[in-house]
Design a protein around this ligand. Structure first.
Ligand SMILES: [Zn+2]
Length: 82
């Protein structure tokens, strides 16, 4: 499988008028928790949107900007099988 690039969005809108948010990783709709915290950078704020089902997340902060953290592990080097 491909498509779990860190630059790929985790969430997208769906439903009438884009009123709902869907997790593009696991497909859950409106299972997103939004969090805003004062940033550790000392200015601005960190925001995150995390899927309640698969814990994939999108985060933004004043230093690094937008980042996606898909929960599904797809790294070949972690696919250790006995
Ligand atoms: Zn999800």
């Amino acid at each position: 499988m491909t498509g779990l690039d860190p630059d790929e969005p985790v969430f997208g809108t769906c439903g009438p008028g884009g009123a709902s948010i869907r997790c593009l990783i696991c497909g859950a709709v409106d299972e997103v928790t939004f969090t805003e915290l004062p940033s550790m950078a000392g200015y601005g704020e960190d925001t995150s949107a995390r899927c309640n089902r698969c814990v994939s997340a999108e985060t933004t902060d004043p230093i690094f900007g937008w980042r996606a953290t898909p929960a599904t592990r797809q790294r070949p080097d972690e696919n250790h099988q006995h």
